[in-house]
Design a protein around this ligand. Structure first.
Ligand code: SF4
Ligand code: SF4
Length: 95
Protein backbone atom coordinates (compact mmCIF):
# COMPACT_ATOMS: atom_id res chain seq x y z
CA UNK A 1 0.00 0.00 0.00
CA UNK A 2 1.50 3.29 -1.07
CA UNK A 3 0.66 5.23 2.07
CA UNK A 4 2.33 2.62 4.24
CA UNK A 5 5.57 2.64 2.24
CA UNK A 6 5.75 6.40 2.28
CA UNK A 7 5.43 6.32 6.03
CA UNK A 8 8.20 3.72 6.23
CA UNK A 9 10.45 5.85 4.08
CA UNK A 10 9.94 9.16 5.79
CA UNK A 11 9.51 8.26 9.43
CA UNK A 12 12.28 8.56 12.02
CA UNK A 13 12.61 5.57 14.28
CA UNK A 14 14.63 4.18 17.18
CA UNK A 15 17.47 1.70 16.88
CA UNK A 16 19.32 0.52 19.97
CA UNK A 17 17.82 3.50 21.76
CA UNK A 18 19.25 5.96 19.24
CA UNK A 19 17.05 8.12 17.03
CA UNK A 20 17.87 7.09 13.47
CA UNK A 21 16.35 7.39 10.02
CA UNK A 22 14.47 4.60 8.34
CA UNK A 23 14.07 4.42 4.58
CA UNK A 24 12.57 1.80 2.31
CA UNK A 25 15.59 -0.50 2.37
CA UNK A 26 16.27 -0.34 6.10
CA UNK A 27 17.59 1.69 9.00
CA UNK A 28 20.16 4.25 7.97
CA UNK A 29 23.08 5.32 10.14
CA UNK A 30 25.86 7.69 9.19
CA UNK A 31 29.21 6.73 10.70
CA UNK A 32 32.23 9.04 10.65
CA UNK A 33 35.68 7.48 10.99
CA UNK A 34 37.17 10.35 12.94
CA UNK A 35 40.74 9.11 12.53
CA UNK A 36 40.42 9.40 8.74
CA UNK A 37 38.67 12.77 8.85
CA UNK A 38 40.74 15.93 8.36
CA UNK A 39 37.95 18.37 9.16
CA UNK A 40 37.75 19.94 5.70
CA UNK A 41 34.04 20.66 6.10
CA UNK A 42 32.98 19.45 2.65
CA UNK A 43 30.42 17.06 4.10
CA UNK A 44 28.98 19.87 6.21
CA UNK A 45 28.63 22.08 3.16
CA UNK A 46 26.70 19.53 1.06
CA UNK A 47 24.34 18.06 3.65
CA UNK A 48 20.84 19.21 2.66
CA UNK A 49 19.57 18.66 6.20
CA UNK A 50 22.43 20.59 7.89
CA UNK A 51 23.02 17.80 10.38
CA UNK A 52 26.80 17.58 10.02
CA UNK A 53 29.04 19.99 11.89
CA UNK A 54 32.73 20.19 12.65
CA UNK A 55 33.25 19.17 16.26
CA UNK A 56 35.10 22.14 17.73
CA UNK A 57 35.50 20.48 21.11
CA UNK A 58 37.26 17.29 20.11
CA UNK A 59 40.31 16.54 17.96
CA UNK A 60 41.54 13.32 16.45
CA UNK A 61 45.11 12.11 16.95
CA UNK A 62 46.29 14.23 14.02
CA UNK A 63 44.92 17.41 15.57
CA UNK A 64 41.87 17.85 13.32
CA UNK A 65 38.43 18.87 14.53
CA UNK A 66 36.34 16.22 12.87
CA UNK A 67 32.88 15.85 11.40
CA UNK A 68 30.04 14.98 13.72
CA UNK A 69 26.43 14.02 13.00
CA UNK A 70 24.15 16.04 15.25
CA UNK A 71 20.80 14.49 14.41
CA UNK A 72 20.69 11.05 12.82
CA UNK A 73 16.91 11.07 12.77
CA UNK A 74 16.91 13.96 10.26
CA UNK A 75 19.15 12.15 7.79
CA UNK A 76 17.49 11.32 4.48
CA UNK A 77 20.20 8.87 3.42
CA UNK A 78 21.09 10.84 0.29
CA UNK A 79 24.76 9.90 0.54
CA UNK A 80 26.10 13.33 -0.49
CA UNK A 81 28.39 13.47 2.54
CA UNK A 82 29.98 10.08 1.87
CA UNK A 83 30.34 10.78 -1.84
CA UNK A 84 32.12 14.10 -1.43
CA UNK A 85 34.48 13.07 1.37
CA UNK A 86 38.01 12.98 -0.10
CA UNK A 87 39.22 10.76 2.75
CA UNK A 88 36.51 8.11 2.58
CA UNK A 89 35.76 8.84 6.22
CA UNK A 90 31.97 8.53 6.06
CA UNK A 91 30.05 5.31 5.77
CA UNK A 92 26.34 4.91 5.36
CA UNK A 93 25.17 1.78 7.09
CA UNK A 94 21.81 0.30 6.18
CA UNK A 95 20.60 -2.47 8.46
S1 SF4 B 1 23.31 11.11 3.96
FE1 SF4 B 1 22.60 13.15 3.23
S2 SF4 B 1 21.20 13.89 4.84
FE2 SF4 B 1 22.37 12.19 5.72
S3 SF4 B 1 24.12 13.18 6.77
FE3 SF4 B 1 24.80 12.64 4.68
S4 SF4 B 1 24.42 14.45 3.39
FE4 SF4 B 1 23.25 14.70 5.33
S1 SF4 C 1 34.39 15.55 4.04
FE1 SF4 C 1 35.43 13.82 5.07
S2 SF4 C 1 37.41 14.63 5.70
FE2 SF4 C 1 36.10 16.39 5.23
S3 SF4 C 1 35.18 16.93 7.21
FE3 SF4 C 1 33.76 15.55 6.20
S4 SF4 C 1 34.29 13.49 6.98
FE4 SF4 C 1 36.00 14.85 7.44
Amino acid sequence: MTCFSLLAIYTGTKYNGEEVFSRGDGIVRIVVDTERCKGCGLCESVCPKKIIVMDKENMNSKGFNTAKIINQAECIGCGFCATICPDVAIEIEVD
